[in-house]
Design a protein around this ligand. Structure first.
Ligand SMILES: *[C@@H]1O[C@H](CO)[C@@H](O)[C@H](O)[C@H]1NC(C)=O
Ligand SMILES: *[C@@H]1O[C@H](CO)[C@@H](O)[C@H](O)[C@H]1NC(C)=O
Length: 345
């Protein structure tokens, strides 16, 4: 218990020394046990798997409060035990101790070190805000019960934690008292006061029933309240999603239609060129035939390679275009040659 008391005594001292690094068996000074400024984390000369015994030697820890204690190797099989019900493990981690009766010294924020009141069922805090543990509370290192009622004098403990935020570091004062649930201990008058309801004027979180005093100076809804959206937000999001998808589809349709038109115009031009070429060939053939016919009798043998063009012209796959009235081909082809070929295109 000696080192236990020294911890309380030295908790207000401050040193910039790093966490203890002495290993098992090395000499240490239990007077160096303290809580770090700002974080109020327990610190001793010894490393995280040992504690500084009253004899001034670092010894292996005899208990733990965490399921996954810091400093032990992964999947370590020889973790110190957790304490059974009715006992607690002090911050030092020395050994399990029996829960302390009202008025006993306890460690900062270790409500679990104190024995619960007979009416613990009525007093216990189930909100998860850590107002008390089983109806007991450790304030200013003394075990007490959270049983003070409105108008009664109460005990208050203000702890200034250093908080690191995006705006830099600042002080966050956590104020705890021994008032019953639904009341807070006023820091000035030291009297229990009924909690302030939603939208009431407040100056600290503890005054609000929701534990949330907003910067506007009014009690807001609890910070853990889930956000619910109105139905119109869902409708708006749904319309937005569907609208976005339709927009993309319509844009793609327009782009493809434009490309299709370009391709179609290219094919039409190709057909025109081929057709003009074919007309030229026909004319050449006519001219050749006329000149051959006009020759003397002995030379009247038609060249075969010219005659094979005498068939009807075929413009494979392009007859459809010839019929489309919206395309202006300036065509010189007689209408008799326009044949539908529905099997193509
Ligand atoms: C709460 O305190 C009562 C009275 O001391 C005790 O009987 C009970 O076991 C405690 N409950 C827990 C969960 O510690
Ligand atoms: C309230 O708790 C204190 C200890 O903190 C105790 O001495 C006192 O008897 C309790 N009062 C009632 C009414 O239970």
């Amino acid at each position: 218990m000696k080192s236990f008391f020294l911890t309380f005594l030295l908790s207000s001292f401050y040193s910039l020394a790093h966490a203890g690094s002495l290993a098992m068996g090395q000499p240490c000074n239990p007077g160096n046990n303290r809580l770090q400024t700002g974080t109020f984390q327990f610190w001793s000369d010894c490393n995280s798997v040992t504690f500084c015994s009253d004899q001034g030697i670092c010894e292996n820890k005899g208990c733990r409060s965490d399921d996954f204690p810091f400093g032990y190797p992964k999947n370590s099989g020889d973790l110190p035990p957790k304490c059974p019900k009715g006992q607690f493990c002090p911050d030092e981690g020395s050994e399990c101790q029996d829960i302390l009766p009202v008025g006993s010294p306890c460690q900062l924020n270790r409500d679990d070190q104190c024995e619960g009141p007979p009416n613990y069922v009525e007093l216990t805090d189930t909100s998860g805000r850590g107002l008390n543990n089983n109806g007991s509370v450790c304030l200013n290192n003394v075990c007490m019960w959270a049983n003070a009622t409105a108008g009664m004098s109460c005990t208050v403990e203000n702890t200034p934690y250093i908080v690191y935020g995006s705006q830099g570091e600042f002080i966050d004062i956590v104020s705890r008292g021994n008032c019953k649930l639904g009341q807070y201990c006023d820091s000035v008058t030291r009297v229990c006061i009924q909690n302030i309801q939603l939208n009431g004027a407040c100056s600290a979180d503890k005054e609000c029933d929701s534990m949330n005093c907003m910067s506007s100076g009014k009690c807001g809804v609890a910070a853990a309240t889930p956000t619910h959206f109105r139905v119109w937000v869902y409708i708006l999001v749904g319309v937005g999603i569907i609208g976005g998808m339709s927009g993309v589809l319509f844009g793609l349709y327009l782009t493809h239609r434009k490309q299709r038109e370009i391709e179609r115009a290219k094919r039409a031009r190709y057909w025109q060129e081929q057709n003009a070429f074919h007309q030229n060939l026909l004319k050449m053939r006519e001219a050749a035939r006329a000149s051959v016919l006009s020759l003397p009798q002995q030379n009247r043998e038609l060249p075969e390679d010219l005659l094979q063009y005498s068939d009807e012209p075929k413009a494979p796959g392009l007859q459809n275009f010839y019929d489309t009235s919206d395309l202006d081909f300036n065509s010189k082809i007689p209408p008799s040659k326009s044949k539908m070929n529905p099997g193509r295109f």
